[in-house]
Design a protein around this ligand. Structure first.
Ligand code: EPZ
Length: 417
C-alpha cells in the first residue's frame, strides 16, 4: 500500500497546471450511457476514480475506454447488463451516477447501495425520491437499488436538500423523459453546469443549470459529443493553500478563478496575497496568515471539499479559528492526525476550534479520505522533519500525480511503494 513521504521546510515556487475536475468527469462518464454513439471527454484527469468508473461502464457494455493524453473516449453501443455491482460501487460511491442514465437508456437498473464512507452515512434517498417522481418504480432490497421505468415522464421536482450527484442523476434521467421536467432547490456547483453543457452537446434540451431551477424538455434520442471537462476547482484551491502555508510564490494555470469566489475571498480575508488572472491564480509571499472563521455550505459558498486543507492552513495562522462543517456529519477525521503532528484542535459536533501558531512536527499519519490526505500533505510541507502519509490511494482517487506536481515546484515529496 503506497505511502507519501514529505519533508517539511520548503517554500513552493513556480507554476502548476490544474487538471480536469474529478467531480465533473465522473457524471460526464455516466452520461455516455445515454447514447450508443461515442462521447469524447477532453482534459480528463488521470485519476483512479476515472479508472473505476470506466470499469463500471465496461460491465454494462461500454467498449474499452481509452484515456490517452487526457482524452477519454467512451462508447456504449448497447447496454448488456444494467447493473453496478457491490464490489465496484463500494470502492467509489459516485457509481450511483449510472442509475439515472440507465433508467433513461433502457428502463431498468440494478445499482448497489453505495453505503457510507469515512465522512458520513452518505444516503441516496433524495436521488430515489426524485427518480420516483419521474415515474420510476424503485425497490431497495438485499443492498441493491432495483429500478424500472420504461416510460419516464417529466415532473416538477423540488429537492428536500441540495445534493450534487442527486441533481446530476435526475438531470440525466429527465433528458429522455417524456415532457418537461422542472428541478428546484438544485445543487449549483460548476460541475452541474459542466454536465448540462455536455448533455446539451448531446442533443438534450436543458436550461438553467447553475441557477435555482433547471428546466429539461425530454427528447427521443441523444447523440455523441466532444466535451472539455471543466478544470478542478478543489485541486486548484488545494494548491493555493499549499502555496500559502509554505509562504511560497505559486501560480496555478488552466484554472477557473470564477469558480473559486468564496475561497479566494476567504484566503484574502486571512491575509493571503493573490494575483488573479482570467485563467490563472498566483499566491504571492506576504505578511502573516491571520485566523479566520469558516462555514462550509453548498456552492457558491465555501466548499466542504476544501475544509480539511483550510484547517491545516489555520494551524499556522495568528489567532484561533472556528470552522463549521455543515455538509457532512463526520468530516473531521483529519483533525486527529493533525493533532499527532502538534496541532491544537478541539472538535465539538460540527464545529472545530483551531488554535493558530502551532509549530507542527513530522509524524506517521493516516489518510482517511481524499481531501484529508491533501490536508496532511499541506501540514507535512510545513512540519519540522518528515511526515509519512499512509493509504496514499485516497489521494490517487482525485489528484493526478500530486507528488510529481508538488515536486516540480520545490516540495520534498516522494511516493514509497
Ligand atoms: C458530491 O458528493 C461530491 N462528489 C463530493 O466530493 C462533495 O463533497 C459533495 O458533493 C458536496 O455536496 C462528487 O461529485 C462525485 P451531496 P455527493 O449529495 O453528491 C446529504 C470529494 O472529496 N444527502 O451533495 O455524494 C449528504 O449526506 C467528494 O471529491 C442526503 O441526505 O454529496 C450530505 O450531507 C467528497 N440524501 C449532503 O446531502 C441524498 O440522497 C450533500 O451531499 C443525498 C445527499
Amino acid at each position: 500500500m503506497d505511502k507519501i513521504r514529505v519533508k517539511g521546510g520548503r517554500r513552493l515556487e513556480g507554476t502548476l497546471v490544474a487538471s480536469g475536475a474529478k467531480n465533473a468527469v465522473l457524471p460526464a462518464m455516466a452520461a455516455s450511457l445515454l447514447t450508443s454513439e461515442p462521447v469524447t471527454l477532453e482534459n480528463a484527469p488521470e485519476v483512479r476514480d476515472v479508472t473505476t468508473m470506466a470499469r463500471v461502464l465496461q460491465r454494462m457494455g461500454a467498449s474499452d475506454t481509452r484515456l490517452k493524453d487526457h482524452r477519454l473516449i467512451l462508447e456504449v453501443p448497447e447496454i448488456r447488463a444494467p447493473e453496478a455491482p457491490y464490489e465496484l460501487v463500494k470502492t467509489m460511491r459516485a457509481s450511483i451516477l449510472v442509475l439515472g442514465p440507465l433508467l433513461a437508456r433502457c428502463g431498468e437498473a440494478r445499482v448497489s447501495l453505495p453505503g457510507g464512507c469515512a465522512i458520513g452515512a452518505r444516503p441516496v434517498n433524495l436521488h430515489i425520491a426524485a427518480l420516483q417522481k419521474l415515474g420510476a418504480r424503485i425497490e431497495v432490497e438485499h443492498g441493491y437499488i432495483v429500478a424500472t421505468g420504461r416510460d419516464l415522464r417529466g415532473a416538477e421536482i423540488t429537492f428536500d436538500a441540495k445534493t450534487v450527484t442527486g441533481t446530476e442523476n435526475v438531470m440525466m434521467a429527465a433528458t429522455r423523459a417524456r415532457g418537461r421536467t422542472v428541478l428546484r432547490n438544485v445543487a449549483q456547483e460548476p460541475e452541474i453546469e459542466d454536465l448540462a453543457a455536455l448533455l446539451s452537446a448531446m442533443g438534450a434540451r436543458i436550461s438553467g443549470a447553475g441557477g435555482e431551477a433547471i428546466v429539461i424538455e425530454g427528447v427521443e434520442k441523444l447523440h455523441g459529443a466532444v466535451h472539455p471537462v471543466v478544470p478542478d476547482r478543489i485541486e486548484t484551491g488545494t494548491f493555493l493553500m499549499a502555496g500559502a502555508i509554505t509562504r511560497g510564490d505559486l501560480r496555478v494555470e488552466n484554472c477557473r478563478p470564477d469558480h473559486l469566489g468564496a475561497v479566494l475571498e476567504k484566503l484574502k480575508e486571512v491575509g493571503v496575497r493573490l494575483a488573479i488572472e482570467d485563467r490563472a491564480i498566483r499566491v504571492l509571499p506576504g505578511g502573516p496568515i491571520r485566523a479566520g472563521n469558516l462555514v462550509t455550505l453548498p456552492y457558491p459558498a465555501f466548499p466542504t471539499d476544501l475544509q480539511a486543507q483550510y484547517m491545516a492552513l489555520m494551524t499556522q495562522a495568528q489567532g484561533t479559528s472556528l470552522i463549521t462543517e455543515s455538509i457532512f456529519e463526520n468530516r473531521y477525521m483529519h483533525a486527529g492526525e493533525l493533532r499527532r503532528m502538534g496541532a491544537k484542535i478541539d472538535i465539538d459536533g460540527h464545529s472545530a476550534v483551531v488554535q493558530g501558531g502551532t509549530p507542527l512536527t513530522g509524524a506517521q499519519v493516516m489518510a482517511t479520505d481524499l481531501r484529508a490526505s491533501a490536508c496532511l500533505i499541506l501540514a507535512g510541507l510545513v512540519a519540522d522533519g518528515e511526515t509519512t502519509i499512509d493509504r496514499a490511494y485516497h489521494l490517487d482517487r482525485g489528484y493526478e500525480r500530486i507528488e510529481e506536481k508538488l515536486r516540480k515546484v520545490g516540495a520534498a515529496v516522494e511516493r514509497i511503494h
